[in-house]
Design a binder for this molecule. Structure first.
Ligand SMILES: [Zn+2]
Length: 284
């Protein structure tokens, strides 16, 4: 199956109250772990690729790996630019074969965010590519960008509804209390904001910073109308902790396959658990 836009599965996710996982791809082992978990769960998935990961892997390798995973699995898989910062990077990804892009204009004024997001939607739609927009500022550390809690601001439901109506995005990331990276305490999710926005627009809300959110909070978010959840940090932690353990136990090991194989298995276990929690098993 070729890569698909998120519209292949997000409308169904919203109607049937489940969420599709966006798992970030950082290298070949991440991509394999994610798709192997999806195959076992028969689930649709989204490969998220940040601009930093794109620089690390190279755009040609990124697209080739995602296309190989989609072809091998036969599953609906979207290749999605995560937190795209400009019209240019979104177009570069679409030209290279991405089936979905996020334009993150959350650091602009509402008027500018709407205007710039609209431009991306117009161009992407013509190519059959889905678009995610962002409103409000999600805290934490993503790539090299850090937003402290003071500058993270919750989305205002009436602004989110207006943002949707004017841009026509296919899903909308709104700041509702989660953060990127590792949590110090438990995140306080504002379900009322999710509910208010979802009730007023036909597309699902996206929850960023899904790593480390307690299972019950994830379930409540999905009930409130979250249809896409992003996970990256938990896979990074599983990968790195496993490599650390293997190397500590075998200080003379030198073959990367000896530590990358168990690291890949650990990430696959994380992804399988998330897919089940999100309710997207057997939704492919
Ligand atoms: Zn994010």
């Amino acid at each position: 199956m070729p890569l698909v836009s998120m519209n292949e599965f997000l409308p169904k996710a919203k109607a049937n109250k489940f969420a599709v996982g966006q798992f970030n791809m950082n290298n070949l082992e991440f991509a394999q772990a994610i798709v192997d978990a999806a195959i076992e769960e028969n689930a649709p998935i989204i490969y998220g690729v940040s601009e930093g990961a794109l620089k690390y892997m190279g755009i040609e390798y990124t697209v080739a790996i995602a296309e190989a995973a989609a072809k091998k699995s036969g599953l609906p898989i979207a290749l999605h630019l995560d937190h795209g910062s400009s019209f240019e990077i979104a177009m570069k990804c679409i030209r290279a074969g991405f089936s979905s892009v996020m334009f993150d204009g959350s650091h602009y004024s509402l008027e500018d965010n709407i205007r710039l997001t609209k431009e991306v939607v117009r161009a992407a739609r013509a190519m059959g590519v889905s678009v995610e927009g962002e409103l409000g500022t999600i805290g934490g550390v993503e790539d090299d960008i850090s937003v402290d809690e003071e500058h993270a601001s919750l989305a205002k439901p009436e602004e989110a509804i207006r943002f949707y109506e004017e841009t026509g995005v296919d899903c909308l990331a709104i700041a509702v209390g989660t953060a990127h990276g590792m949590y110090k305490g438990e995140p306080k999710i504002h379900y009322d904001i999710i509910q208010k926005v979802v009730d007023a627009i036909p597309v699902p809300v996206v929850l960023h910073g899904g790593s480390g959110v307690p299972d019950e909070a994830i379930r409540l978010s999905i009930q409130a109308g979250v249809g896409k959840i992003n996970v990256n940090t938990e896979n990074q932690v599983a990968c790195t902790n496993t490599i650390r353990e293997v190397l500590a136990a075998n200080p003379s090991a030198y073959d990367p396959r000896k530590y990358l194989t168990p690291a890949r298995e650990a990430m696959k276990a994380v992804v399988k658990e998330k897919i089940r929690l999100f309710g997207s098993s057997n939704q492919a």
